[in-house]
Ligand binder design. Structure first.
Ligand code: CA
Length: 237
């Protein structure tokens, strides 16, 4: 079966960034379309039915949060993977973004390479058809790394066919890291994303959970790498 190119819609009012987004994603095999304000973004969502949306937070006519909220209230777009672009100063808005239903966020100035990786990870999770992939929808809902399988629909982790029983937090930790294979994830980011904390004082929580997660994973713990003084990385062997 031939897989089509994934459709991407980028809504960004800074023309330079939008051009770079469209160029980058087109080069990466996406069918990329742009919109320069929130209302056009909404219209293009309806007409194009993108597989993934890159959404700037501050937009004319309709801001990113409101656009996100409207999409999530529309059954057709409830599952649409959304990556929000935010400026560093917009911390509070960024958190609101998650309540509104964005799946991920990237802080400006961002690395286009990382954005592409995150977009692909989200597409894999959503089970959308990804260009170059030869597996069907059912297969892509499950993340596989060698003998390690993470079935997100069932929240089930198996290694060499044996189920590994994880707590909800351990699962979220593993799932978050595995969704960004090869990327270093800072402890602060894990705290925010997995626990919802912002204070550094909770940093030891991560180490405790990570230790338990590693014990449970046994042999499969080789996938988890500690980046001393920074955070962790899901290693592709
Ligand atoms: Ca903007």
């Amino acid at each position: 079966m031939e897989s089509r190119r994934p459709r991407l819609l980028a809504v960004e009012d800074e023309r330079d960034i939008l051009d770079l987004l469209l160029m980058t994603f087109t080069a990466e095999g996406f069918e990329a379309t742009g919109a320069e304000d929130g209302l056009s973004g909404l219209e293009k969502c309806v007409s194009l039915h993108p597989d993934i949306l890159i959404l700037d937070l501050m937009l004319p006519r309709l801001d990113g949060l409101e656009l996100c909220r409207r999409l999530r209230h529309d059954g057709r777009f409830r599952q649409l993977p959304i990556i929000m672009l935010t400026a560093r100063a917009e911390e509070a808005d960024r958190l609101k973004g998650f309540e509104t239903g964005a799946d991920d966020y990237v802080v400006k100035p961002f690395s286009f390479k990382e954005l592409v990786m995150r977009a692909r990870a989200l597409l894999r999770r959503s089970g959308a058809v990804v260009s170059g992939g030869d597996s069907g929808r059912r297969e892509e809902a499950v993340m596989r790394f060698g003998s390690l399988e993470i079935d997100h629909a069932a929240r089930r982790v198996t290694f060499k066919g044996r189920e590994i029983s994880l707590t909800a937090t351990e699962y979220k930790l593993l799932y978050y890291l595995a969704g960004r294979p090869g990327l270093v994830v800072e402890r602060g980011q894990l705290l925010e994303e997995v626990w919802g904390y912002q204070e550094d004082s909770y940093a030891r929580t991560i180490d405790t959970h990570m230790r338990r997660l590693r014990q449970k994973l046994g042999e499969a713990e080789v996938y988890l790498e500690t980046i001393r003084g920074v955070g962790y990385r899901f290693k592709l062997s």
